[in-house]
Write a protein that binds this ligand. Structure first.
Ligand SMILES: [Zn+2]
Length: 110
């Protein structure tokens, strides 16, 4: 699930930087010129909820196993998990093949 998205038509590869700067919506592939839809929401929602569950479990576990837990250490640990989650976020972006509408097809033929 966690990998950079590729063009659904020609499997052209996009760089991490390109993907992280992409916005939700329609785009044309730089390689095959076909249309696809950038879906940032579905993947990131699943990923963020998974990270939240992991963080809650991790904190509960640390609180239960260590009686004199260091608050600063705990905050640092949480921050590092959140930072790595933000860095991984572009890997949850997916490209979906977009059907070209009839009107556009006609225009492309001309
Ligand atoms: Zn392509």
């Amino acid at each position: 699930m966690l990998k950079l998205p590729v063009c659904p038509h020609c499997h052209a590869v996009y760089s991490y930087k390109e993907v992280s700067e992409m916005k939700q919506g329609e785009r044309f592939c730089y390689h095959c010129k076909k249309k696809y839809r950038v879906d940032k929401i579905t993947g990131s929602l699943i990923f963020i909820s998974a990270v939240c569950i992991v963080l809650v479990c991790l904190n509960l576990f640390l609180f239960c196993t260590n009686e004199n837990i260091n608050m600063i250490l705990l905050i640092l640990l949480n921050l590092s998990v959140v930072t790595s989650a933000v860095l991984i976020l572009p890997l949850t972006v997916r490209f979906k093949a977009e059907k070209i509408k009839k009107a556009e097809k006609r225009r492309l033929k001309k």
